[in-house]
Design a protein around this ligand. Sequence first.
Ligand SMILES: NC(=O)C1=CN([C@@H]2O[C@H](COP(=O)(O)OP(=O)(O)OC[C@H]3O[C@@H](n4cnc5c(N)ncnc54)[C@H](OP(=O)(O)O)[C@@H]3O)[C@@H](O)[C@H]2O)C=CC1
Ligand SMILES: O=C(CO)COP(=O)(O)O
Length: 346
Amino acid sequence: MEKIAVLGAGSWGTALAMVLYDNGHEVKLWTHDKSHAEEMNQTHQNIKYLPNITLPEDMHVYTSLAEVVKDVSAIVFVLPTKAIRDVCRQVKEVLDHKVTIIHGTKGIEPNTFKRVSEIMEEELPPELYNDIVVLSGPSHAEEVSEKQPTTVTASSKTMKDAERAQDLFINERFRVYTSADMVGVELGGSLKNIIALGAGISDGLGYGDNAKAALVTRGLAEIARLGTAKGADPLTFVGLSGVGDLIVTCTSVHSRNWKAGNLLAKGNKLEDVLAEMDMVVEGIRTTQAAYALAKEERIEMPITTGLYQILFEHANPKDIVDQLMTRMRKHEMEDLSLILSNRYTQ
Ligand SMILES: NC(=O)C1=CN([C@@H]2O[C@H](COP(=O)(O)OP(=O)(O)OC[C@H]3O[C@@H](n4cnc5c(N)ncnc54)[C@H](OP(=O)(O)O)[C@@H]3O)[C@@H](O)[C@H]2O)C=CC1
Ligand SMILES: O=C(CO)COP(=O)(O)O
């Protein structure tokens, strides 16, 4: 049994805290919101983010980072990408010993194009952690918290730490695989949110299963194109953190990215959609990041480009579908040597 801090009391942080608790660990949950912590400590429920479950009475919710990281052997960051840099800086001020860092965040930072583990490496001094592990895969919090069968992948630069995260989280309802391809696992988990926004738009426009299957498959092609250019193993994208997460996020009623896309297709403005969701929709900022990164790397990402035009240039979603369907004719399978040479353009 270990003492573990989980930073972030949103839906995924709470669900992962429950997995660790069920595995016999002492779990300390942290939120920056005092009233949310008080409510959770009094009611033993996370009414705002995960109302379907009751939390154990001995799982305390903290608002002091110094208290929550005291004596822990691992810290699990489960925050929106935009909060990672700032919370790492705060952790650096109060952490006085070496821990295992694990994160469950899916996003890329706009402007820097950094993956979450890269942001962490920038902000946390190496003497404070053994390694950074990403946990990613098809895993909606609502189902994990109800102990429905779920599979994810743990990946780090050194397999030893991925295996340590596997040990901490694995149980008969939450199966954890390991992968040595951290770039692929982080990029797959982040970029699939763009395609999930697209799937929500497609459904919102009244298009059917054919269109959704096309989005998932061609979405996977462009995710792999950018991912391999950034050093990922192309095979990772046919795994849990690639096609697995694409399937779940593009088809599940639980997906915030799908919901946001669906509301956009029905004519709602982006700011109204985000206000209505009241939960993080990572795909929006990731679209911004991936669009700019693809331009810089000269990688063709037509779906991401279309999404960018809908989100940030007020393009009509129906026109974007026409744009995608009438692109220049091409072969389905791309020349892998061109992908690997990092310079695929039409
Ligand atoms: N939900 C899911 O099923 C899954 C989510 N993920 C990923 O996990 C990450 C977190 O998502 P999720 O838990 O769903 O998000 P939620 O929107 O449910 O919760 C986000 C939490 O982060 C807090 N937060 C927001 N901004 C800050 C900040 N600047 N400093 C400190 N805390 C902050 C929020 O607090 P407040 O209430 O004050 O806003 C809230 O407690 C995302 O990257 C997501 O893609 C991955 C797998 C599954
Ligand atoms: O990543 C997720 C499931 O694996 C959650 O996706 P959403 O953020 O779209 O809900």
